[in-house]
Design a protein around this ligand. Structure first.
Ligand code: C2E
Ligand code: MG
Ligand code: MG
Ligand code: MG
Length: 281
């Protein structure tokens, strides 16, 4: 049985459990229902500045606590949502929830440094969505400065992005919302493709961070990503930092930001608020 472990993460259902207990169709129906009833949740993982060890923002990560099976991997259900046409609905839900929370944090921690929230958006079918209207709606409410909202898109998805998707991403950037490339280093985005988009941040995939200290080549790759990003005036976040050695080497190499279990796991909204309060009060 899948259940929550101590770090607030999920346990992936193993194949047998899934086959026996939960058909794909059931999972699809349950996901649709969970979206309808707004039973999905966002967790928030702190992102730290490596130079001064201060929290700069959060990444919003979706969670689905299935009534029978516990926490289900977002990787699994986000891809299901993409396949069965629920992804724009899911994007909408995540964006709405994150903006709402950003508004709450911004008003309750008004004299604190601007905390940003990164939202993961799937760009599959993005051109069939009203995402820019949605974003404009939140920005006109003036709940938070536009620079507090950032959008993460995965490098892998960029490969088959269409020109209308690029148009939308450019519009989002025009609104003052920064774009981040997630899982950088695992896809095959060409330099020209990267350069044709207004990217402000690269997130180094965890697989490179994992090998810091054990595989020289991964350190070389990280150095190269940092040099590339900084020469294009982009910032770099290291993902999945789990120990002090990784953090120290990333700091030494000049990486800007880091997130990972070394700092904090993704937190539910109350714990994230407590976290902010403990730092800023
Ligand atoms: P991602 O955007 O690259 O998110 C980082 C993942 O690494 C998260 O997994 C996070 O919990 C995990 N992580 C963070 N620090 C550590 C660490 O130190 N060690 C380890 N082992 N893991 C760490 P999560 O939450 O399971 O999400 C997996 C992926 O699902 C995300 O990868 C993202 O691609 C997708 N996803 C999550 N939330 C959303 C969402 O709201 N919308 C969309 N479209 N996709 C989402
Ligand atoms: Mg992400
Ligand atoms: Mg990532
Ligand atoms: Mg990932």
């Amino acid at each position: 049985q899948a259940k929550k472990n101590g770090k607030g993460t999920y346990v992936i259902l193993d194949e047998t459990t899934r086959n026996q207990a939960l058909s794909r169709l059931e999972l699809e129906n349950d996901l649709r229902k969970a979206l309808e009833e707004e039973k999905l949740d966002l967790y928030y993982q702190p992102i730290f500045c490596l130079k001064n060890n201060i929290i700069k923002g959060f990444e919003a990560l979706i969670r689905w606590n299935h009534p029978q099976f516990g926490f289900i991997s977002p990787q699994l259900f986000v891809s299901i949502a993409e396949e069965i046409g629920l992804i724009n609905w899911l994007n909408d839900f995540v964006l709405t929830k994150a903006c709402h929370q950003l508004g709450i944090w911004f008003s309750s921690f008004r004299n604190f440094p601007h905390i940003f929230v990164n939202v993961n958006l799937s760009i599959i079918n993005l051109s069939q969505s009203n995402i820019t209207e949605k974003i404009d709606y939140f920005l006109t409410q003036k709940l938070f400065p536009e620079s507090c909202l950032k959008i993460e898109i995965t490098e892998g998805c960029l490969e088959d992005a269409t020109s209308s998707t690029f148009e939308i991403l450019n519009k989002i950037n025009d609104r003052g919302i920064n774009l981040c490339i997630d899982d950088f280093g695992t896809g095959y985005s060409s330099l020209s493709r990267l350069h044709s988009l207004p990217i402000k941040t690269l997130k180094i995939d965890k697989s490179f961070v994992d090998k810091i200290g054990t595989q020289v080549s991964s350190q070389t790759i990280i150095k190269t990503i940092l040099a590339l990003a900084h020469s294009l005036e982009m910032e770099v976040v290291a993902e999945g930092v789990e120990n002090k050695m990784q953090k120290d080497i990333l700091t030494y190499l000049g990486c800007d930001f880091a997130q990972g279990y070394f700092y904090s796991p993704p937190l539910d909204v109350n714990s994230a608020t407590d976290f902010l309060a403990s730092v800023f009060e």
